[in-house]
Design a binder for this molecule. Structure first.
Ligand code: SF4
Length: 378
């Protein structure tokens, strides 16, 4: 098991679901249909519920969507969240039907431009409070508050996101509304990692919704998301997550299955990237494996690496075991020792230095030598 110390976030109640406060990380998704297409949206809800979603989000853009939401809401067996698009005033109409409302700070500028943003936030928070709803401050790289974006250098897209999230948290706090979580999403996993890490460092008590926006189709979309989640969750960041995949409507349950699989992999030490923050002692991580695995002996190899290095368990050493030559060389760079499989041999490296390749039945002895050398050098 990977030892993970979660951030001490406060609990946020979303109907019967609680995120934060040490609760398991909730997995959610979003209906991809036009909300007013009742049969299609109902089917999405059923699919996502059947896949084990903890929460489903629905987009609402106009009066017809609100009416559809009103009819779908009593049928839902899990909490619903609604995505307010540009019309923040819809909060009053949708709040009675949902347990959570997401608003995008960057969208509060489109309507009633003369009205202060703070008043709009106060309106949304008031509607949420009256209707027993939670809020999500959902900051998105593609739609950051234009004034904030201009106040940072053009090449810095992360600072405006973090600043926007912090400002809206401060506004909600001043309004006395603390039942909220925050998301900072980008399509680049590295930016997602940095934005969330920076935000969590300043507001470690605020629950965070993790996601890589427009991640794309599997398998690339899954890989991008997995890398961001691996790095953040191992740092204790993240209380709920969504995997955004471009898949046919009928396969939407895949977002939930992938989300749970990534969580399971993280907690059992199967990683696609080497997490920067891991437990204090020996950490053996192995990739989750996929069709690229070059030899079935990979799984056995990962197990044996764990067994033969147990004697070093008090030492802070990270060993990464990867299943193929495509990603193995790069993905092991951040480990102290890395192994990756080829059909008939295993490559070994120390940091970024390649040490050669060895038959499957000899590599473990060589690995132990390297572990001894590392221990002696520290
Ligand atoms: S390292 Fe290779 S085998 Fe392992 S998950 Fe990545 S691509 Fe698949």
């Amino acid at each position: 098991m990977t030892e993970i110390k979660r951030n001490p976030t406060r609990p946020v109640q979303i109907g019967p679901l609680t995120i934060g406060g040490g609760q398991p990380i909730a997995v959610q998704s979003m209906a991809a249909t036009r909300t007013q297409d009742m049969p299609a949206t109902r089917r999405q809800l059923e699919l996502l519920q059947a896949a084990g979603a903890d929460l489903v989000r629905i987009a609402v853009d106009n009066r017809q969507d609100v009416e559809a939401l009103g009819r779908l809401s009593p049928e839902a067996q899990i909490p619903l969240s609604v995505d307010l698009q540009e019309n923040y005033r819809l909060a009053a109409q949708v709040a009675p039907f949902v347990q959570k409302i997401r608003y995008n700070p960057g969208h509060l500028y489109h309507h009633e431009r003369e009205k202060p943003v703070r008043d709009k936030v106060a309106f949304i928070a008031d509607q949420a409070a009256k209707n027993n709803c939670a809020l999500r401050v959902g900051v998105n790289c593609g739609s950051v508050d234009p004034d904030l974006a201009e106040s940072f250098p053009a090449q810095d897209s992360i600072s405006p996101m973090v600043e926007s999230a912090l400002q809206h948290c401060a506004m909600l706090d001043e309004l006395g509304f603390t039942r909220y979580c925050v998301s900072l999403k980008d399509s680049d996993p590295e930016k997602v990692i940095e934005a969330n890490t920076r935000f969590a460092a300043q507001r470690p008590e605020v629950p965070i919704h993790l996601g890589v926006t427009e991640a794309g189709m599997p398998p690339e979309g899954i890989i991008k998301t997995r890398i961001a989640f691996e790095q953040l969750i191992t740092q204790g960041i993240g209380d709920t997550l969504r995997v955004s995949l471009t898949v046919p409507f009928d396969d939407k349950g895949e977002e939930i299955r992938v989300g749970r699989q990534i969580l399971d992999d993280i907690y059992t030490g199967r990683f696609r990237s080497v997490p920067k923050v891991l437990g204090q002692g020996l950490n053996i991580i192995s990739c989750p494996s996929c069709s690229r695995v070059e030899n079935e002996a990979f799984v056995d190899l990962a197990l044996k690496v764990r067994q033969v290095t147990q004697y070093a368990k008090e030492h802070r050493i990270t060993i990464a075991v990867m299943g193929c030559r495509v990603n193995g060389p790069g993905e092991t760079d951040d480990a102290d020792l890395g192994l990756w499989c080829a059909p008939n041999f295993v490559n070994l490296k120390r940091g970024t230095e390649e040490l050669g390749h060895f038959p499957y039945d000899q590599v473990l002895d060589r690995l132990r030598e390297e572990v001894d050398r590392l221990i002696a050098s520290r």
